[in-house]
Ligand binder design. Sequence first.
Ligand code: PEP
Ligand code: MG
Length: 325
Amino acid sequence: KQQQFLSELSLPTETRDAQRIELFINAGLISGVESQLSEGADGIGLYRTEVPFMLQQRFPSELEQITVYRKVLAAAAGKTVVMRTLDIGGDKPLPYFPINEDNPFLGWRGIRLSLDHPELFLVQLRAMLQAAQKCEQLHILLPMVSNLDEIDSALAYLHQAYTDLNLEQKITIGKPLVGIMIEVPALLYQLAEVAQRVDFVSVGSNDLTQYLLAVDRNNPSVGNLFDSFHPGVLRALKKAVDDCHLYKLDISICGELAGEPLGALLLVAMGYNKLSMNQASLARVNYLLRRVHKHELVGLLSQVLKLSNATQVKSTVLSFIEQRQ
Ligand code: PEP
Ligand code: MG
């Protein structure tokens, strides 16, 4: 079957009724990015910069970061690259920056850490801007935002990095689009204000599920409770896309749910048309989406949103797929 999936990877992802869905890949290492992109993705929907940081013994310098980011942009060959600023803390420790907390997932992670260490944050922003120069392919994404002030502060640092570089260098550095991750549930209720500040949002369904359900995403003792198909989580995801359409805010999704065939169908049904996933999921999701009608998916979704638990949701979507094979 995998062979069959791969044979269609170069064909555009379009439902039977001509709804174009853009598929992106999640990446962290440079190696492999080039081949991944030639295999049918519309770009890199999430580049996790913490990965190159985790491979080092100390914080990489501005120049070292420029080199890494340039390689990533070059490998994407003109296609969009959504580069996320450092998202350490929580489940992503840096060996040379120990953080000891009782509740790491509720603690010092993502943008919180960057805003408390502007000297690190500015270096990273400067490196991204220099790596991209004038090219419009770079989008900057801020992780773990939980309030609007964090967005305003981060944008002020970005503006500082941008003005400093334009003063220092003779060439003009381009201004990238900026977005935030939707991972903290409270932001689902502030999308109108978010839309006034940034160009796009990307839903991190892994963390959003973790925080909506109060279930540690990595703890096997509660692993059976961590489920993005929970009807409450699905309603939250639907609200996110509806509000973004209302406020004309570009939205994509980059958590694991987007790469799961059943999840991808429901997300497209909700109105998501940009899905970012691990490279391994790309061919299968493309194959599946090319075989369904958007209007049938909408019918499926309204049925699914009335169900009472994740098990019922998954079996309903599965039988929908099976009926079409
Ligand atoms: C997410 O939270 O869904 C996400 C994509 O970010 P990460 O998995 O890197 O925390
Ligand atoms: Mg996350």
